[in-house]
Design a protein around this ligand. Structure first.
Ligand SMILES: [Zn+2]
Length: 115
């Protein structure tokens, strides 16, 4: 389960942006996860809940937004969302495509409570 090490990375990255006082007030870590990444969201939440226990971020929750797979076609220039099982340009059926979104994992926001 590589989600545990990914969860540890998320926590480490978040902590680099927080003061010690902010760490204990951190409520939510928002992340974007590409649908084409190898990450299983439920496993990531499970890994996060295990990884946070030894940190000041014990009360923080992980909020995952799934990002659709988006491609740019080299043949016709179309930029569009596709289903990963197809993996061709829906406009011209070319397999000559580049992934421009959908395989990422990024932290988008850290929500800290007031009290
Ligand atoms: Zn095309």
């Amino acid at each position: 389960m590589h989600e545990l090490s990914i969860a540890k990375n998320i926590i480490q990255l978040a902590r680099e942006h927080l003061t010690a006082e902010e760490e204990v007030r951190l409520r939510t870590i928002k992340v974007n996860v590409g649908t084409f990444s190898t990450i299983v969201p439920a496993q990531l939440v499970f890994g996060f809940e295990a990884a946070r226990e030894d940190t000041p971020l014990r009360q923080a929750e992980l909020d995952i937004t799934m990002i659709p797979l988006r491609i740019k076609c080299y043949s016709c220039g179309e930029e569009t969302e596709i289903d990963p099982v197809d993996f061709i340009c829906p406009s011209c059926s070319s397999p000559n495509i580049e992934i421009i979104a959908g395989n990422e994992l990024t932290i988008t926001d850290l929500e800290i409570s007031d009290s």
